[in-house]
Structure formats: C-alpha cells, structure tokens
Design a protein around this ligand. Sequence first.
Ligand SMILES: [Zn+2]
Length: 258
Amino acid sequence: MLFALTCAFCIPILIGMERDSKGLAIVIRSVKIRDNDRLLTLFSPSLGILQAVAYGARKSIRSIKAPLYTEGNFSLEKTRRGTTLKDIDVISTHSGIMEDLDRMQAATLFSDLVLTARSAEPELYALYASALDALEDTGFERVVTQFIVHFLTLEGLSGDYASCPVCGRGYGEEEILGFSASEGVAVCHDCDTMDGALLLPPRARAYLRRSIEIPFRDALSLRVSEEQGHRIARYLLRTLPFSFPGKLRSLEYGIWKL
Ligand SMILES: [Zn+2]
C-alpha cells in the first residue's frame, strides 16, 4: 500500500522534472512556421543542438521574443507536440550583426559550420559566442579569419603552419606555401597539388601560425594591415571548401565573391 502511494506521488514529479530543461544557449537558426510562430534551432553547451518552437502572440500563450543570435539562459518545456520555449534570461541579442550585410553573412557562415559539423562541444560554443560578440565591434574579415582558423583547429582539420603535414619538413622563414586539395591544408612547395593556385606568403603564414597559438579573443588584436587582413580572409574562404568536408550553403549562395 505504501509502495503504491509513494509511486502515485513520485511518478508525476519525475515526469515533471524531465519535461522542463534550462540551459545557456544561442539561437543559431530561426525559421518561420505558421503566421506568428518560429522554429528555433538552439546551440547549447549543456543541452547540445536542439529545436524548440517559439510561439508568437495569441490569446492563450505568452509570446517570447527570441531573435536570431540571441544568447541567454533558455527555459524549455517538453510537450507531446515537441519542445517549446517558455522563457529566456537574455544575455545579448547581438542585434548589431543585423545592421550590416557582411556581418550577417559572417554569422551565417559560422552557424553553417557549427550545424554541418554537428558538434556541440563547450569549446566550440565559446568560440561561436565570442565570434558573434566580436562581429558587433571588430572588422568582419578579422573575425572571419580567426573563426575559421580556430574552428578548423578545434575540429582537427588545420595544419600548424610550422611544418608540412604531408612530408613533415619544417618550413623555411621565407618559404611560400602551396596547398594540397586532397589533404585540405597548406603544404610545402614540393607537396603542392594546385599548381600554385592557392599560395600563402611568409608573412600571412606567420600571422596564421601565431593566431592558432593564442586564444581567439587575443588573436583578434594581432597586428595586420587592412590589405593583408583582406587577403588572408579571402585565402581562408577559398581554401575552406577543401579543408572542411561538409557542404557549406552559406558560401555557395552567399554574397561574397571569392
Ligand atoms: Zn611537403
């Protein structure tokens, strides 16, 4: 009898605990469904990558605004119809990103990389959140460069810019690097498979080498001229499809001419 009583009370409580979840997250994608509702994809270091519906204004339900790139502590409720957004303690809406097309394109690329990699590691979350913060007050090409090199390093897809990943030879001080399409990394002149189509000069290599030795935020303030910074960002965007195995729609259909 006691057993039955205990269970009658404890089961609803346990189910209730499973139904609600709360965690730090960023709205990484937002798609309109029905007139006022949106299907959000959330990137959370504790909950992973998940989808939740944010209901728009209607009589019975309180609407909660969660624009794209909003970071905060999200309260979610699991119902029979799926996960819904109950509340957010907003940390930042990153609204500055939406003021500029290049910033928007950069944020779309970062989201595309995270979602295609299907990784929700806390280190990747920290990088993604810092990159969105940086887009609001730092030149977008600098942020793009540092996001790509740090992302590829986290995913184990980057060379170290110190020695050739194919033949193992250490690079000379003034050496111009080539690129290996099959390996997806910068390589020495002898291992180049692109007939010199993707060259990396010595100063650009030194900048990238230093970039991956230090944290993302520190790397953003490494000294580089505007012209050099532009060339390095362009180099990384052109080599990214070889370095990253997934299909990146943001680059294929994006606004940047590469
Ligand atoms: Zn080599």
